[in-house]
Design a protein around this ligand. Structure first.
Ligand code: NDP
Length: 276
């Protein structure tokens, strides 16, 4: 049976085995997908062993996404621009790397009928997650993307990174204090602030009834950012659970050539979350 893994540290919390096993059942694919904890210093060795043993593919999660990129013989443009890989495919004696996080986000937004074409997007955060979603968002032809971050230089570095790749004409960077009166259709929280119970300090004026508010973090309750946005009247609040399942569906499609249906998996995970 074809073998797949998700490698990370920590890994116990990973929902990927459940997601991929469910995809396999729903698409009649015979495969095994397990999670594996990797010691920080052992990543490349473990990947080598898995590939030698006939492993077909792997998902890579925190903190190995950048290291994974260095192991690849071939990279998708998405992975190259993201500077990180979350999907490895072992094909003959080559390692192919891709990054499906951004596709997962875009698919989730489209699934919620959010119009990205010609939209004005505010992206909060300039870490790995923000970097990974910029190209897939740009491919949807938004009007503009403003990247705002606590450490302004990191947002500026992201802009420079994409401008070096000739994709920056719609991108700009700033700090949270600088954006007070601009209009946005969509605000994406790509910071980890929700994990520590906080909200990036953006102006309340930015959140209107029709502003779509998206948090890449998800949980049993509304995240702090979504709860804050709801308090300001925003009607459409979306957390990152659909992005998680969406990125997995894209990895599955890369490996198996078939795109699984995501709705049921998202619904089941949502039910499981409420019971935690
Ligand atoms: P990084 O550590 O690379 O970046 C963290 C980002 O959050 C930085 O921009 C940092 O700002 C900012 N930040 C952290 N704390 C605060 C705070 N209290 N106030 C304002 N900004 C803050 O993390 P990632 O980019 O990899 O991940 C970001 C989040 O996205 C994580 O919570 C992760 O769980 C989630 N994620 C969800 C996915 C999904 O499928 N749903 C996929 C990938 C990520 P600064 O630069 O100033 O330090």
């Amino acid at each position: 049976m074809d073998q797949y893994r998700v490698f990370g540290n920590p890994i116990k919390q990973s929902r990927s085995p459940y997601i991929h096993q469910t995809f396999a059942k729903s698409t009649d694919q015979q495969l095994s997908y397990q999670s594996e904890l990797v010691e920080i210093s052992a990543f490349s060795e473990i990947i080598g062993q898995f590939s030698q043993a006939g492993g077909k593919g792997a998902n890579i999660t925190v903190p190995f996404k950048e290291q994974a990129l260095l192991l690849c013989d071939q990279l998708s443009e998405r992975a190259r621009l993201a500077g990180a890989v979350n999907t490895l495919s072992f094909v003959e004696d080559k390692i192919l790397g891709d990054n499906t996080d951004g596709l997962g986000l875009v698919q989730d937004l489209l699934r919620h009928n959010i119009v990205l074409n010609n939209s004005r997007i505010l992206l909060l955060g300039a870490g790995g997650a923000a970097k990974g979603v910029i190209l897939p968002l740009l491919e949807q032809q938004p009007k503009l993307i403003v990247i705002a971050n606590r450490t302004i230089s990191k947002a500026e570095d992201l802009c420079t990174h994409f401008s070096l790749n000739e994709k920056c004409e719609k991108l700009s960077a700033c700090g949270y204090e600088e954006i007070k009166h601009q209009e946005f259709d969509l605000i994406i929280n790509a910071t980890s602030a929700s994990l520590s119970g906080s909200v990036p300090p953006i102006s309340k004026n930015l959140v209107k009834v029709k502003t779509v508010c998206y948090d890449m973090v998800y949980g049993k309750e509304l995240t702090p950012f979504l709860s804050w946005s709801k308090g300001l009247g925003a009607e459409q609040l979306i957390d990152g659970l659909g992005m998680l399942v969406g990125q997995a569906a894209e990895s599955f499609a890369i490996w198996r050539g078939i795109k699984p249906e995501v709705e049921t998996v998202i619904d089941n995970l949502r039910i499981a979350l409420t019971k935690e």
